[in-house]
Ligand binder design. Structure first.
Ligand code: ADP
Length: 493
């Protein structure tokens, strides 16, 4: 096992990695930006080092400074969390060169999967089904139109280096290509420093279904559970569940087997996720995320496997302690990402100070968070407040628990997406498992969110006026007592 692990991340995922270290008896080192000097994760670690100003380009993405801190502090492993440097092949390589273990896959695997075109090509070679499209970069509109004509509209233009739902545009007809191609190339260049784009068929009524995998350094690969992540905004996940409501044991075995085939084809190691699009009985490879996912919590809840701890064991060269047959799915888990964002304003981030905070609790509830009362959600980083995950014996119980947990959750000071989660959870289509990535638009969820926000505001106002009333009565009683006491004192003189 490691002597000491540096966690090159912040917020809840830094705490998650440090929790794993603590259970394994491994001391931890945090690195923090100026904006995070009072953050919980920096206090949680055994040691913490400042690494620069708030903008991540000057702190959490500063590879050399982070490697220096690792060396100075005697850390022999770096856990990258998700985001920031977690899928950065150059950083993984720097760790390798400095004889620090990067807790993730080898740098060459990260590099290959960082290019959506290279990933598609590798999967086609391995016999994994991919979305119909091209394996070569698109240079001009004529070429794009020719390809789109052959695969059929709508198509999606994608940045090869894209991620986080950025660098994608759906094209419904050939007249839209000129503008769309220029736009995506320029987004790709500015966001990822690489303007390479390619085209895929835009899959109709898609569900996003992914498989968590674990692979050790001895060639053993297992899939740990499937997850349904179809509730998305701007191609980014908001609610995930494990397992997928459409999963059957046969389909799981088939898709899970394909995920293993994909992992083996690229020499995968450590924890990763093979993402698929599923539509009308067919499924297609989308990409491999070469890190621990935000939504790993629900896999942990239904399998009992501690993915963060197993990442550390694998990185140290340990063999997987279980085989595919040993892994069982028990019950149902759902995660809601509680973000400081406004669902009524196109989910725009709503940074600011948390004035009052009470998270949910009770049976079957797991909270992964790094915030507290007085904490400021910074505009420099993502707007996540917490990951609220619940477990139930079946989907019905998990939904009821999530609704109860959302009812308990109170965040005051910033606008949150809690009303959005309430609206989805109570919707008949969600309850019946009828999901696609267009769920929000197909079912006018935002109209329902408006009703919930109004209801919550009314309840809040009633509560506030009841409290005011109560406060006035308390003030009147204490004034009366004060008068009585001073009269008594006067009498006694
Ligand atoms: P990123 O790397 O930015 O996360 P992905 O390729 O993983 O991008 O896709 C993110 C989401 O975008 C998917 O979950 C899905 O909702 C949508 N998407 C991507 N490709 C397609 C496609 N070919 N057809 C339909 N939806 C797609």
């Amino acid at each position: 096992m490691f002597n000491k692990v540096l966690v090159a991340n912040r917020g809840e995922i830094a705490i998650r990695a440090m929790r794993a270290c603590r259970e394994l008896g491994v001391p931890t080192v945090a690195v923090y930006s100026e904006a995070d000097k009072n953050a919980i994760f920096a206090k949680y670690a055994d040691d913490a080092y400042p690494i620069g100003p708030a903008p991540s380009s000057q702190s959490y993405l500063n590879m050399d400074v982070i490697i220096d801190v690792a060396k100075k502090s005697g850390a022999d492993g770096i856990h990258p969390g998700y985001g920031f440097l977690s899928e950065n092949a150059v950083f993984a390589k720097k760790c390798e060169e400095n004889e620090i273990t990067f807790i993730g896959p080898p740098s060459n695997v990260i590099e290959q999967m960082g290019s959506k075109i290279a990933a598609r090509t590798a999967m086609i070679k391995a016999g994994v089904p991919v979305v119909p499209g091209t394996e070569k970069p698109i240079e001009d509109v004529e070429e794009a139109v020719e390809i789109a004509d052959s695969i059929g509209y709508p198509v999606i233009i994608k940045a090869s280096a894209g991620g986080g739902g950025i660098g994608m545009k759906i094209v419904y007809s050939k007249d839209e290509f000129g503008h769309a191609l220029t736009m995506i190339k320029s987004v790709a260049k500015s966001a990822f420093g690489d303007s390479t784009v390619f085209i895929e068929k835009y899959v109709d009524e898609p569900r996003h279904i992914e498989f968590q995998i674990l692979a050790d350094k001895h060639g053993n690969v297992v899939y740990v559970s499937d997850r349904e992540c179809s509730i998305q905004r701007r191609h980014q996940k908001l609610i995930e569940e494990a397992p997928s409501p459409i999963m059957t044991p046969e389909l799981r075995e088939e898709m899970g087997g394909t995920a293993i085939k994909a992992a083996k084809a690229i020499g995968y190691e450590n924890a990763g996720t093979v993402e698929f699009l599923y539509s009308k009985g067919e499924y297609y490879f989308l990409e491999v995320n070469t890190r621990l996912q935000v939504e790993h919590t629900i896999t942990e809840l239904v399998t009992g496997i501690d993915l963060a701890k197993d990442q550390m064991h694998i990185a140290c060269g340990d063999r997987l302690p279980y085989s595919q047959e040993d892994i069982k799915i028990n019950g149902w888990a759902i995660e809601c990402r509680i973000n400081a964002e406004d669902p009524l304003n196109d989910f725009a981030p709503s940074p600011g100070k948390i004035r009052r905070y009470r998270s949910a609790g009770g049976p079957g509830v797991r909270i992964d968070s790094g915030v507290h009362v007085g904490y400021t959600i910074s505009p420099y980083y993502d707007s996540m407040i917490s990951k609220l995950s619940v477990w139930g014996r079946d989907r019905e119980e998990a939904i009821a628990r999530m609704e109860r947990a959302l009812y308990e959750y109170v965040v005051i000071g910033v606008t949150t997406n809690i009303p959005f989660h309430k609206a989805v959870l109570r919707h008949e289509a969600f309850r019946s498992g009828d999901l696609t990535t267009h769920f929000i638009d197909d079912y006018n969820i935002i109209d329902e969110v408006k009703n919930i926000v109004k209801d919550d505001a009314e309840k809040g106002a009633t509560l506030a006026s009841a409290l005011d009333n109560c406060n006035q009565k308390v003030a009147a009683v204490s004034a009366a007592i004060g008068a009585y006491v001073s009269a008594a004192k006067d009498q006694a003189k």
